[in-house]
Design a binder for this molecule. Structure first.
Ligand SMILES: C=C(O[C@@H]1C=C(C(=O)O)C=C[C@H]1O)C(=O)O
Length: 439
């Protein structure tokens, strides 16, 4: 890895290098890129991969180099032998479905007291040097035009889909019947909503607006040229994190209500009232996580919650689970749990495989990357050690040119009221729509 360069030394125009410069250069060369901001942090990170077609890899945090991982929902590990002790070899079957953006170019953008700074590095060990040269030459040639791309104004129109609500409500009723018959405990059914921009929107601009509006979310934009897609999200749900000190974190998140009173005043989280149905729904996610710990005979975990958590326009119930992987001598816990956890009961259901089949039989859209997971892997920001932060890919949309497809789901139990579940998905779509409508 070459030393870091301050971003202003790379500007050829006297203007400071910005995330949009790198993003647009990657786009024009057909290179994938990922831009992200971690919850409660200011720094924005960007990586560019020189793989025009991304490798499909197993989600193995212990093997992958620095980069950004994006997994589809449909990426189940079958657990042929899961009764592992901390020292036993891992016998989970691996599936090569996650897309991996290797950090061929890595940039960090910070802001302290209104002053912007940053660093950029390109990895000459893994990256083809002539490709890196081509990248910087293209960037230098384009930099003058990029300011114009940033200032684009767009308006949006919604597609009317008159049958969507009736179809969703019908499917919820079928799920409730299946749950009353005892076939499933919980299932998460999702739907899509499509909007058309008047002009191709600026993804970096949308990303910046989401960062501003949702400081506690994991905000990301991932460009996948081989699919002609950019995925943008502001998710509140952590799936697996391993920090530089080997601290593992996961969380169970479920139960949804508006964060505002009907008159528009914000609710106070400690005073939020939760129904029996929502408490049960979230407890099922926590139980699912604890079952995963049990499968690997891990007892030394800290459980915090459930607490009410604000996620933009919504509130959820959340419980955090924390493990010191060094103290329990389980360095590969992140990889093992990732394979055991995904897809959790927050986006799939209980029992997992029955719920997965029900989703496949009843949802008419392909979830693709929605309700999969994504985030930085083995990124060493301040030379403190590599960190990985993977989040459940919800509150997201897929951008294909001017067309945006938003995805939202609701956790159903036998007490679900179909119309209310539809309203819940509408509220979840608002997380991104409220920003889209103002670009
Ligand atoms: C499935 C989604 O969200 C999940 C489902 C929730 C629920 O059913 O209450 C709450 C938070 C998320 O775990 C989504 O936003 O699409």
């Amino acid at each position: 890895m070459q030393p870091d360069y301050p971003i202003n030394t790379l500007s050829t125009t006297g203007r400071q290098l910005k995330a949009i410069d790198l993003w647009e250069t990657a786009h024009s060369l057909g290179f994938p890129a990922a831009l992200w901001r971690l919850p409660n942090q200011q720094d924005k990170h960007l990586i560019v991969s020189f793989d025009e077609v991304l490798p499909r890899v197993p989600a193995d945090l212990d093997e992958l180099p620095a980069g950004f991982l994006v997994s589809p929902f449909d990426n189940l590990s079958s657990t042929a032998q899961t009764n592992m002790s901390a020292n036993a070899t891992l016998e989970l079957s691996t599936s090569n479905r996650a897309l991996f953006l290797r950090a061929d170019i890595q940039a960090l953008f910070s802001e302290t007291n209104g002053v912007q700074s940053g660093r950029v590095r390109s990895d000459s060990l893994t990256a083809n040097e002539s490709t890196a040269d081509k990248f910087w030459q293209t960037l230098a040639a384009q930099q003058n035009n990029l300011a114009a791309a940033q200032a684009k104004q767009t308006t949006v129109t919604s597609f009317s889909d008159p049958d969507a609500q009736a179809e969703y409500v019908r499917n919820v009723a079928l799920a409730v019947d299946a749950m009353k018959r005892g076939e499933i405990r919980k299932v998460v059914l999702s739907r899509t909503k499509r909007v058309l921009f008047s002009d191709t929107p600026n993804a970096v601009d949308l990303f910046d607006k989401l960062c501003q509006k949702y400081p506690t979310a994991f905000v990301s934009a991932v460009s996948i040229p081989e699919k002609g897609q950019i995925w943008i999200s502001a998710t509140p749900e952590r799936l697996v994190s391993i920090d530089a000190n080997g601290i593992f974190r996961t969380a169970s998140l479920a139960g949804t209500q508006s964060a505002f009173e009907p008159d528009g005043t914000p609710k106070r989280p400690p005073e939020a009232m939760w129904s029996q149905k929502e408490i049960e729904e979230q407890a099922l996610v926590s139980r699912y996580i604890i079952e995963c710990f049990k499968k690997i005979r891990l007892r030394e975990y800290l459980e915090e919650g459930p607490k009410t958590l604000i996620a933009g326009n919504l509130m959820h119930l959340s419980t955090c689970f924390i493990v010191d992987t060094q103290a329990v001598r389980y360095p590969q816990l992140g990889t093992v749990m990732l394979r055991l956890l995904h897809p959790t009961s927050a986006v799939c259901g209980t029992p997992r495989d029955v719920a997965f089949t029900f989703i496949g039989q009843h949802e008419t859209h392909d979830r693709e990357l929605y309700s999969g997971f994504l985030g930085p892997v083995n990124i060493n920001t301040n030379n403190e050690g590599p960190e990985s932060d993977l989040f459940v890919h919800i509150r997201c949309m897929k951008l294909e040119g001017r067309l945006a497809t938003l995805y939202a789901g609701a956790g159903l139990t036998e007490d679900s009221v179909p119309e209310r579940e539809w309203q819940e998905t509408e509220m979840k779509c608002q997380t991104l729509l409220s920003v889209i409508n103002n670009v």
